[in-house]
Ligand binder design. Structure first.
Ligand SMILES: Cc1ncc(COP(=O)(O)O)c(C=O)c1O
Length: 449
């Protein structure tokens, strides 16, 4: 990437307008008056500001800049990867439909809840690949495993949908999976919500560079972008209908009032990413690797290979994730996620050296205790009674989990984070499912009557 060639047309427009003393007879109703500090830059699609879903001006120019950076066709979402996932699934369904096929998606069971809502909204069938070990947050799919599944399929799925990196920091062999997908003519779709920064590692390990056809990244999760900023990326080798219909697919589920605060943030990010970000990232990756090395030496077991996450197997160190989190909280350090077993910390180049030292010192000062052996199951495969989309249409009611045994789930209620479901629509609640739901803190279900 060359330095300083990336312009910031959205940001320039918004800043010029904000300083121009324009008289605002348009939305939003705050008229630029200061309520939270950000109103002055908060516009809508006024004259000259372009239109997100019919972009031909400053937004199109900014998306072209992002496309240049990511080396594919990149489209903005101001409603997170959640919107981009729905759009991605719509494009795959459209493509399958154009080929005269009914859409079935083969998906890792650790899919985010927006994948489930896409199945309801779009109506595709889902065939799950379940974790062989671990818990709901991870689902290892090796090329070998995928090859076996596809070679024994009576009818090939339209796409393989994987989550990589997953919430606990595991990364799939996307290059290997892409080769198998290509061999069988199956689209490879990746939820890369946690991995926008992978593009800037050397070499890049971004899914599109490794052979994925389509993927989503939450810019806001790992890059300095306001919450909600995300990308839908389409490989130059993907079916042409993906890029042709991407805007429509996003518009199908997105708000007609996109946030210009987020668009400006995505736009400014282009210039930032193009100007020394790789070096900054390299420095952070090295610092995190050093902290991980010290933690391992101290006796911590760490999970996953993702460079910017530290995922601690808390039980192995003698604690629950909740207890480790409480110790960090007492030092004013906030984690991304914790549960009985895990503690997940997300780092970015915007963390200062002092932040990292504080985290390192806090973790290293926690004494190691006898490991907690928790033999209760972390995962169970519920019995499928009907498709997700079918279950969602049935008459339904809300019930306490303890009173749900013997019933079929109509719509999953998913706790966020991590927004991964123990039981999904169309599956039977038996004693084991009930126990797991209680273990993971889910209290109510929407059941088929
Ligand atoms: C794996 C995964 N996919 C998708 C999403 C949705 O991303 P966003 O918050 O950008 O809508 C999340 C959110 O946490 C996630 O963890």
């Amino acid at each position: 990437m060359k330095k300083s060639v990336i312009k910031t047309p959205i940001s320039d427009f918004v800043e010029k307008y904000a300083l121009s003393s324009a008289v605002r007879f348009h939305m939003p109703g705050h008229k630029g008056e200061d309520f939270t500090g950000s109103e002055i830059f908060d516009l809508t699609e006024i004259d000259g500001a372009d239109s997100l879903y019919q972009a031909s001006g400053i937004i199109a120019e900014s998306e072209d800049n992002a496309s240049e950076i990511f080396g594919c066709k990149t489209f903005y979402s101001t409603e997170g990867s959640s919107l981009a996932i729905r759009a991605m699934m719509r494009l795959i369904d459209l493509y399958a439909g154009l080929k005269g096929e009914k859409t079935t998606i083969l998906a890792g069971r650790n899919a985010h809840s927006t994948f489930l809502s896409s199945a309801i909204a779009i109506g595709f069938k889902v065939e799950w690949i379940y974790p062989e070990k671990g818990n709901y947050l991870s689902c290892e799919i090796t090329p070998r495993r995928l090859g076996k599944i596809l070679s024994s399929s009576k009818k090939l799925p339209a796409a393989l949908y994987i989550t990589s990196p997953d919430y606990s920091g595991n990364i799939a062999d996307i290059k290997g999976l892409a080769e198998i997908c290509k061999k069988y003519g199956v689209i490879l779709a990746v939820d890369n919500a946690h991995g926008a920064y992978l593009k800037f590692l050397t070499p890049s390990s971004h899914p599109i560079d490794l052979g994925a056809d389509i993927c989503v990244d939450s810019a806001h999760k790992t890059l300095p972008c306001l919450t909600g900023g995300a990308y839908l990326h389409i490989s130059n080798d993907a079916p042409s209908v993906f890029a042709e219909r991407a805007k429509n697919a996003l518009a199908l589920f997105g708000s007609t009032s996109p946030s210009y605060l987020i668009l400006r943030s995505l736009d400014k990010l282009n210039a930032y990413l193009n100007d020394g970000f790789k070096d900054k990232l390299r420095k952070t990756v090295n610092a995190v690797s050093e902290i991980k090395r010290e933690l391992s030496e101290k006796g911590y077991a760490l999970i996953g290979s993702e460079t910017l996450k530290i995922t601690v197997d808390a039980n192995g160190y003698g604690y629950t994730g909740k207890e480790l989190n409480a110790i960090l909280r007492s030092e004013n350090i906030f984690s991304e996620f914790y549960d009985d077993k895990l503690l997940v910390l997300m780092i970015s180049p915007e963390n200062s050296d002092e932040d990292l030292i504080k985290l390192r010192n806090a973790l290293l000062s926690i004494p190691r205790k006898t490991p907690i052996i928790d033999l209760s199951p972390d995962f169970y495969i519920p019995k499928k009674i009907m498709e997700i989309k079918e279950a969602a249409k049935k008459p339904s009611y809300i019930e306490r989990v303890e009173r749900s045994v013997g019933k079929v789930v109509s719509e999953a209620i998913v706790k966020c984070p991590p927004a991964v479901s123990v039981v999904v629509g169309g599956e039977l609640v038996d004693e084991k499912v009930k126990d797991l739901l209680i273990k993971y803190g889910i209290e109510e279900l929407i059941l088929v009557k």
